[in-house]
Design a protein around this ligand. Structure first.
Ligand SMILES: Cc1ncc(COP(=O)(O)O)c(C=O)c1O
Length: 423
């Protein structure tokens, strides 16, 4: 993966030596509008050129108001206020604090396999110890329930001690896990019954990644808070936002004295606000939500057709252009040997060899999910076209064919794997 990039545009990355790499990762769902979209670049440049007020921390940054309005209008429901920050983790941290302030409870609930960010509070919501090991005690009073399990959820919530249930509507790093259609709505009902706020982490799924503006729009839920980041920046300026109801906002900023109890220096900076407003404009004008929905269906159909019949391909699934290809351990002895040797070296090794093959042999960039090493992501910028989808499908087909038929896929990879483990 160690190449020098000269230029990135749309869904393509061009290396210094002239190779074209097709991006099917989008920086983990940052580049929804495509790399360096000219309208977003122009907006950022013009913001710099205007020499306007920036980070004075003592004026009314109008653009933040406009962006808040635009985001809340698109998100809908009772979401009426926005708090700006610079990353997804920071948005999750704010959600934790605001939920605690509003409910006057401390405990937090999240789902197994979730990814919410690597700052201490967000990290505490993640069940996989891989991420937290060595970093000292996490937040107390955090519980995890299996994603999609309403019974377990009801049992926990009925204790009435949880400030918030934090969920990704579709788990990204967990393996592109799509819940039953009624899950989120039922979770919301349970939250309301037991006085817990429903916080949806749409850091990956938001901004039309799965079709509609928010993935939760598929499920007609009405969350109390929504976290956005990643694609909100247009891929250019770090930007995050926590959307919330008036009541929650009022619970924190409820007096002049408390009006600065939660702020962030870079939160409402002009470059981020301009980049985000320009990004929303591009997503709307180019109908990238519709494109995500329709091309996502094309991608899944073509992948399923190309990959059917291979024993190591378990499932192709997704929504819009957030898709995963799940692999399964092989049954045939000839393949099992290679697979088990990989696993013995490192649980993630098989996936990294697939990723390396796609990149090196076919000029396709993607990755395995961070909490599920058997699921490969297929999440291109939403500006991807059908020809690029066909290139990806063909590349996948070739790599999957190779892993099922060629000893070299496994032998060459074992050598590489050993070298990697020694680093
Ligand atoms: C669902 C989700 N939430 C939160 C985060 C954290 O975002 P950031 O890396 O911007 O802090 C991520 C990052 O990958 C994410 O995927």
């Amino acid at each position: 993966m160690n190449v020098r990039y000269a230029r990135c545009q749309g869904a393509e990355l061009i290396t210094e030596d002239g190779r074209r790499i097709l991006d099917f990762l989008s920086g983990y769902c940052v580049h929804n509008a495509g790399h360096n979209h000219p309208d977003i670049v122009a907006a950022v440049k013009s913001e710099l050129d205007r020499n306007g007020p920036g980070m004075l921390q003592s004026h009314v940054p109008e653009m933040a108001g406009t962006l808040a309005q635009e985001l809340c209008r698109r998100a809908g429901g009772r979401l009426a206020k926005a708090l700006f920050c610079s990353s997804g983790s920071e948005g999750v941290e704010a959600a934790i604090k605001f939920a605690r302030a509003h409910t006057r409870r401390n405990a937090l609930l999240s789902a197994d396999g979730a990814f919410h960010g690597l700052t201490c509070g967000a990290l505490s919501l993640m069940s996989d110890p891989f991420w937290s090991e060595g970093f000292g005690p996490m937040l107390a009073d955090v519980e995890h329930v299996p994603f999609g399990d309403l019974e377990g959820l009801a049992a926990q919530l009925s204790s009435r001690r949880f400030a918030a249930l934090v969920l990704e509507p579709i788990q990204g790093e967990g393996g592109i896990r799509i819940p039953e259609p009624s899950y989120l709505k039922s979770a919301q009902e349970l939250c309301r019954r037991y006085g817990t706020l429903l916080v949806l982490d749409e850091v990956q799924t938001g901004l039309h990644r799965t079709g509609p503006f928010l993935a939760s729009h598929h499920y007609a839920v009405d969350p109390d808070m929504v976290v956005l980041a990643k694609a909100l920046s247009g891929g250019l300026v770090p930007t995050g936002a926590l959307l919330m109801t008036d009541d929650i906002y009022g619970s924190v900023f409820n007096s002049l004295k408390r009006s600065i109890v939660h702020t962030s220096t870079f939160g409402e900076n002009g470059l981020s606000m301009r980049a985000a407003l320009a990004t929303l404009g591009v997503l709307d004008r180019e109908h990238l939500g519709e494109q995500s929905a329709s091309l996502g269906a094309v991608l899944r159909d073509r992948l399923r057709a190309r990959l059917s019949g291979y024993e190591m391909v378990k499932e192709v699934r997704g929504m819009g252009l957030m898709n995963g290809i799940e692999f399964a351990p092989p049954r045939r002895m000839a393949l099992r040997l290679g697979f088990e040797s990989f696993k013995a070296i490192h649980a993630g090794m098989f996936g990294q060899i697939v990723v390396m093959r796609l990149f090196r042999d076919h000029g396709v960039l993607t990755q395995m999910c961070g909490n599920n090493f058997m699921v490969l992501k297929a999440a291109p910028p939403l500006v991807v076209d059908e020809a690029q989808i066909d290139t990806f499908v063909e590349a996948m087909g070739a790599v999957v064919e190779l892993m099922h038929t060629s000893a070299s896929f496994w032998t060459e990879a074992i050598g590489l794997a050993r070298r990697v483990v020694n680093i």
